[in-house]
Design a binder for this molecule. Structure first.
Ligand SMILES: Nc1nc2c(ncn2[C@@H]2O[C@H](COP(=O)(O)OP(=O)(O)OP(=O)(O)O)[C@@H](O)[C@H]2O)c(=O)[nH]1
Ligand SMILES: [Mg+2]
Length: 402
C-alpha cells in the first residue's frame, strides 16, 4: 500500500515538473527576440502575435461610443435609417410681387456698395478740392469698375459744377453726385423685359452667359416674377450638358407650377428650345423662358451652337428678349464676355447677378456703355425672390446712402 502511495506521489511530482518545463519552454518561445544592436532595415517586421497589445493600460478611462463627441457637435448621433417619408404633393408658391423690390433689397446693395458713394462724398467734402483729390475721386470710381471713359466724363462734369457752385454744403454735394451718377447710369433707358409681344403669344426669352454666372437661377427667379404677375410660363431646359441642369430648372418651375420641357442628356439644345416654344404655343402659355448651358465666350464651337439655338427657335417665332447674365464680381472680364455674346446672339438686355457680394456696382455703367444695351434685372442674393428690376434711381440712392 505504501509503495502504491509512494508511486502515486512520485508520478504526480513528475507530471507537475514536466508540466512546468513545458510551460516554461512555451513562455520562452513567446518572448520577442531581443532587439538587434543595430536596426536591421532589411529584416521583415516582427509579426504580431496573438495577445500582443491585447491589454490596454488600466488607468485610461474607456469611453463608450455614445460618449465620444463628433467634431463640432456634442449630442450623440443615433445612426438610424432615415424614415421613408411620403413625398407631399408639391405646394405651389406665390412669389412676392416685384414692384419696389429693389427698394426692399437696397440694404444688400448698400452693404457692399456704400464704399463708393461714401468715399466720393468724403472726398468731395474736403475743403480744398485740389488735383490730388480729383485723382482720388477718379480712382474710387475706377475701383468700382465704372470704366475709364465714364469716369473721366463724370469727374469733368463734377469739377465744373463744383467750381460754379463755389461754397458747398454736404447736401448740395450729395445732390450733385446723385444727379451725375444717375446721368451715367441712364435714367431714360427702356428696361422692360420684353415678354409680351404685340402680335402673338408666347413671349420668348432666351438666357445666355458663361458658366456659373447665374443663368438657371435667374431663369427660375424670372419665372416666379412672371407667375406672380399672373402670367403662365413654360421653361425650356436647353442646357443638355448635364442632367442636373435640367433638374435644377425643373425644381424652380415646380415651385411655381411652370412646366419644364427637357430633352435627353447630351441631346441637341436647339431642339429642346424648339420643343419648348412649340409646347408654349400649343398650350397657349404667355411666356417661354429658355435656359442655355454656360459656355466660355472663347470656345467658338460652343458659341456657334448658341447661335444655332437662337436660329432654330426663330423658325417658330422671333425671340423677344435675349438676356445676357453677367456675374458682377468678375468685373471688367464681364465686358469681354459681353462683347462676344452680343456678336453671336444679339443681346437685348443684361442681368447683373451677385451684386450683393461686390463693391463693383460701377460695372452697370461700363457694360451698358460697352454694349449699348440696358441692365434690366439685377441679382441680389441666392433667395428665390432676390431678383429685382433695375431701377436707376433706387440704385444710385443705394450707392450714396440716404
Ligand atoms: N449671392 C448671389 N448668388 C447668386 C446670384 N445669382 C446666382 N447665384 C448663385 O450662383 C451660383 C450659380 O448659379 P446658376 O444659376 O447655377 O448658374 P448658371 O449660370 O446656370 O451655371 P451653369 O449652368 O453651370 O453655367 C448658384 O450658387 C446661385 O445660387 C446672386 O444674385 N447673388
Ligand atoms: Mg445653369
Amino acid at each position: 500500500m505504501e509503495t502504491v502511495i509512494l508511486a502515486v506521489v512520485i508520478a504526480v511530482v513528475a507530471v507537475v515538473a514536466l508540466g512546468g518545463l513545458i510551460v516554461g519552454s512555451r513562455r520562452k518561445k513567446s518572448l520577442p527576440p531581443p532587439p538587434p544592436s543595430t536596426p536591421d532595415i532589411t529584416a521583415p517586421p516582427a509579426e504580431p502575435h496573438v495577445g500582443d497589445e491585447a491589454e490596454t493600460p488600466r488607468e485610461e478611462p474607456r469611453r463608450t461610443i455614445e460618449e465620444v463627441d463628433l467634431p463640432g457637435g456634442s449630442a450623440p448621433v443615433a445612426v438610424e435609417e432615415p424614415p421613408v417619408e411620403e413625398l407631399p404633393a408639391p405646394e405651389i408658391e406665390v412669389p412676392e410681387p416685384t414692384a419696389g423690390r429693389l427698394v426692399r433689397l437696397r440694404s444688400r446693395l448698400s452693404r457692399s456698395q456704400n464704399a463708393l458713394g461714401k468715399g466720393l462724398l468724403t472726398l468731395l467734402s474736403r475743403e480744398h478740392l485740389d488735383d490730388d483729390t480729383w485723382e482720388e475721386i477718379e480712382d474710387t470710381l475706377l475701383t468700382a469698375d465704372v470704366g475709364v471713359q465714364p469716369t473721366q466724363e463724370l469727374v469733368e462734369r463734377l469739377r465744373e459744377r463744383v467750381r460754379v457752385l463755389g461754397t458747398r454744403t454736404p447736401d448740395e454735394l450729395r445732390g450733385l453726385l446723385r444727379e451725375e451718377l444717375l446721368t451715367l447710369v441712364g435714367p431714360d433707358l427702356d428696361r422692360t423685359v420684353r415678354t409680351e409681344p404685340p402680335a402673338s403669344k408666347p413671349g420668348i426669352v432666351m438666357v445666355v452667359g458663361v458658366n456659373g454666372t447665374g443663368k438657371t437661377t435667374t431663369t427660375g427667379k424670372l419665372a416666379r416674377v412672371l407667375v406672380a404677375d399672373g402670367r403662365s410660363v413654360v421653361l425650356g431646359a436647353a442646357d443638355t450638358f448635364r442632367a442636373a441642369a435640367a433638374d435644377q430648372l425643373q425644381t424652380w418651375g415646380e415651385r411655381v407650377g411652370a412646366h419644364t420641357v427637357r430633352g435627353p442628356e447630351a441631346g441637341d439644345p436647339a431642339s429642346v428650345a424648339f420643343d419648348a416654344v412649340k409646347e408654349g404655343k400649343e398650350i397657349g402659355a404667355d411666356v417661354v423662358l429658355i435656359d442655355t448651358a454656360g459656355r466660355l465666350h472663347t470656345k467658338t464651337g460652343l458659341m456657334d451652337e448658341l447661335g444655332k439655338v437662337k436660329r432654330v427657335v426663330e423658325k417658330h417665332a422671333p425671340i423677344d428678349e435675349v438676356l445676357l447674365v453677367l456675374d458682377a464680381t468678375t468685373g471688367q472680364n464681364g465686358l469681354v464676355q459681353a462683347r462676344v455674346f452680343a456678336e453671336v446672339v444679339d443681346i437685348s438686355g443684361i442681368v447683373l447677378t451677385k451684386l450683393d457680394g461686390t463693391a463693383k456696382g460701377g460695372i452697370v455703367v461700363a457694360v451698358q456703355r460697352e454694349l449699348g444695351v440696358p441692365v434690366k434685372l439685377i441679382g441680389l442674393g441666392e433667395g428665390a425672390d432676390d431678383l429685382a428690376p433695375f431701377e436707376p434711381e433706387a440704385f444710385v440712392d443705394a450707392l450714396i446712402g440716404e
